[in-house]
Design a protein around this ligand. Sequence first.
Ligand code: OVV
Length: 399
Amino acid sequence: MNDTMTIPELDFDPYAPEQLTDPYPMHHAVREAGPVVRLKPYPTLVACARHEQVHAVLNDHENFISGAGVGLTNFNLEPPFRPKSLILEADPPQHTQMRTILSRILSPKAVTQIRATFAAEAEALVDRCLAQGTIDGIHDLAQPYPLKVFPDAVGVEADGREHLLVYGDMVFNSMGPRNELLAKSAARMGPVTEWIMAHCARSHLRPGGFGDQIYQAADAGEITHEQAPMLVRSFLSAGVDTTINGLGNALFALAHHPAEYAKLHADPTLARPAFEEALRWESTAQTFYRTAGRDTQIAGVPVAENTKVLCFLGGANRDPRKWPDPERYDIGRRPTGHVALGSGIHGCVGQAVARLEGEVVLTALARRVKAIEVAGPHTRRLNNTLRALDTLPLRLIPA
Ligand code: OVV
């Protein structure tokens, strides 16, 4: 076994603006330094950026727990910024109980029931974008689409949905350190938490929607009526900012790879693999943590109980040990095994809905748009966890 002292130590601050803007040189350095590294600015954590170790940690929920938080903050030492998520920041058996309910509500079968509505909305929105010609890929497409279809499916009223954007930004910033990004997010919160919690109440949720179905599970005795609003909160936390940026990153990938877009236009059935490859190439959630629940090891390196383990999902998804030519956005690749949606028992429970959104938006584009051209410089919205764009000027050339 390796001695703890042999763990390489690097100077990177993954939350510094330079790293958030372009994390890939840092991922490369972390992967090459070893299977497990330390980072000088955060002496209490260990980090992994190789696919093998990231996958191993995510698939070992006994040694690497979520109940102490899946961000930098260790909830055993410091309180969470909001009451813990009953599913994200939980371990079995509680996690299993919640997961069973959310998996059923978001199952592939449930997704077949929303597909036609989601597809029609994508077509209508892409038509509006085409009529404009030049668009902002984020403000005109990647953001309005999930902000309409997902809250509609959950059963949240139309008024005030912009609060979901502020809330998502805060939730994902809170998984990093208490830096300026977090302070800026917190300063924008105002009435947002109150609005979110009010809209988790059954009285605010359309009967039959995903939110109401959680209350039906409570009626059936699967969870308590006190737990139900907290599970609705998980929908509102994880279901909007993630898919907005997944779509935004996919548009970015396609706009910057015209030959790949041409293949998609020639064969719109490639929409799903094109979206999947975008998830691999620009992982929307760049990082998640686990906490060592007991003394354990990663790749033979001892990791002491209560140590935070930083998993660079974006690093694992471009690990040359796993992916040939990993920097290449290639819609002909079938990137099975990418960890952009996590892996193991906490793997994205909404992934069928997320993939549906990606598929129908890219299908609508592929059918109507001959080419997507970059119409100006993009800007990033830096977030401690999400890889996010603020603006993405695009010109859509009609088919
Ligand atoms: C995957 C995810 C992200 C953010 C929040 C939650 C889940 C939640 O359960 O609240």
